[in-house]
Design a binder for this molecule. Structure first.
Ligand SMILES: NC(=O)c1ccc[n+]([C@@H]2O[C@H](COP(=O)([O-])OP(=O)(O)OC[C@H]3O[C@@H](n4cnc5c(N)ncnc54)[C@H](O)[C@@H]3O)[C@@H](O)[C@H]2O)c1
Ligand SMILES: [Zn+2]
Ligand SMILES: [Zn+2]
Length: 393
């Protein structure tokens, strides 16, 4: 089959690889019909490259048709239409019982001390082949699937794999009081969708980014936007001015480790990027290598006693954090990979023909799988007004 493979830093290619096969009785094979590129894939594209091997198949936002099931996957049949959550979870361990599916004890990657395995997401998350391919092997398939109805196009449901539950959890963790204000940093797919969900739930939303197309799109959906280019040095003041001098009740960081405007982190990224993997890996784990500008902004912007919700992914183990300010401002900090299936029942009623969250037209680019290498480059550079890419194998 054809698959999008990681070949080196900033280098992905479409290759012929062996078709996946049922390996465990709890596996299923899915024929992929739509598979997206995510901002998280960009972390593998560059900063997390030390945890990848050449040939690893990328992709964790996948849907398709069940092709084959193992003998212990009693609740799936060939021909059924399914979306795969980005994380692989068993549905029956202690953590799954707590609906903390990203911490599943059956698939936790103990070798690296990390949580549940994730499709196409490096050795840190189990080195499981991803879904940017013609076929996907789904481990723990008895639980790792979301059945969706026939009829509407894939674009209606494919964001259940990641964007929708991630944005939903980000907003839930932000815990905006009734009538309150949420500031969303980063208006990529995650931040954009978080804005839509928060507005749908009745919050006032202020969105920050530095890419014109992303600011425009958020504004068209009722977000009050702030262009970071105009407020590199006074973002906190600008947002306090919009919120009675106090700051918003909550800030959602939908940027993560590749934030613009963080010179120290940028040097660390470059240095780690040039080192041999064996040295870079412990560096990533033991040193502060994140670009922390968005997190620092969040700490500054949020009102006293407010909440910061981190959806953006961070990966350094010793990042410098201003504990004095966090403690003094009495800030609550909540974060993590989204527990996808926990939110499906909340989200599904919104995936209707009247499309309140605008999922049907959420993708800016729909491309054949073969175009993935160019799409990765364009998406990373934020060119061609590209905000979300869906790939069609
Ligand atoms: N928690 C989860 O389960 C989960 C799931 C999916 C994605 N993510 C993470 O969410 C983050 C966003 O993902 P995405 O797909 O929207 O990616 P993206 O890269 O398209 O979006 C990031 C946006 O942040 C903007 N930005 C950069 N620096 C900024 C700054 N200092 N202040 C404000 N905005 C800034 C960029 O211009 C861009 O529009 C990534 O870190 C991704 O890994 C987390
Ligand atoms: Zn994703
Ligand atoms: Zn589990």
């Amino acid at each position: 089959m054809k698959a999008v493979t990681w070949q080196g830093k900033k280098n992905v290619s479409v290759e012929e690889v062996p078709d996946p096969k049922i390996e465990q009785p709890t596996d299923a094979i899915v024929r992929v019909t739509t598979t997206n590129i995510c901002g998280s894939d960009l972390h593998l594209y560059e900063p997390l490259g030390a945890f990848m091997d050449a040939g690893d198949v990328l992709g964790h936002e996948t849907m398709g048709i069940v092709e084959e099931v193992g003998p212990e996957v009693g609740n799936l049949r060939p021909g059924e239409r399914v979306v795969m959550p980005f994380q692989i979870s068993c549905g029956h361990c202690h953590m799954c019982d707590l609906q903390l599916y990203t911490q599943c004890e059956t698939t936790q990657v103990r070798e690296h001390g990390t949580g549940a395995a994730i499709f196409g997401y490096s050795k840190l998350y189990g080195q499981v082949a991803g879904g940017q391919a013609e076929f996907l092997r789904v481990p723990q398939a008895q639980f790792t699937h979301i059945k969706v109805p026939e009829g509407p196009p894939d674009e209606r449901f494919v964001y259940l794999s990641d964007v929708l539950p991630t944005a939903w959890q980000g907003v839930a963790y932000a815990d905006v009081p009734k009538g309150g204000t949420l500031c969303v940093l980063g208006l990529g797919p995650i931040g954009d969708m978080a804005c839509r969900i928060a507005i749908h739930q009745g919050a006032r939303v202020i969105g920050v980014d530095l890419v014109a197309a992303r600011l425009d799109r958020a504004r068209s959906r009722g977000v009050e936007t702030v262009d970071l280019n105009e407020h590199e040095n006074d973002l906190g003041d600008a947002i306090r001015e919009m919120t009675g001098g106090r700051g918003p009740d909550a800030v959602l960081d939908a940027v993560g480790m590749e934030a613009h405007g963080s010179p120290a982190g940028s040097v660390a990224h470059k240095v780690v990027g040039m080192l041999p993997d064996a040295i870079a890996r412990p560096m990533m784990k033991n040193a502060g290598v994140d670009k922390l500008n968005a997190l620092y902004s969040a700490i500054d912007i949020v009102r006293r006693g407010g909440t910061i919700s981190l959806s953006g992914v961070y990966g350094g183990m010793a990042d410098p954090i201003p504990m004095l300010t966090l403690f003094d401002k009495q800030i609550q900090l909540r974060m993590g990979q989204a527990n996808v299936k926990r939110y499906v029942d909340d989200i599904m009623p919104l995936l209707t023909d009247d499309d309140p969250l605008g999922v049907d037209n959420f993708a800016t680019h729909s491309l054949p799988l073969e175009d993935a290498p160019q799409a990765y480059e364009t998406f990373q550079k934020k060119e061609d007004d590209m905000i979300k890419v869906v790939l069609k194998p």
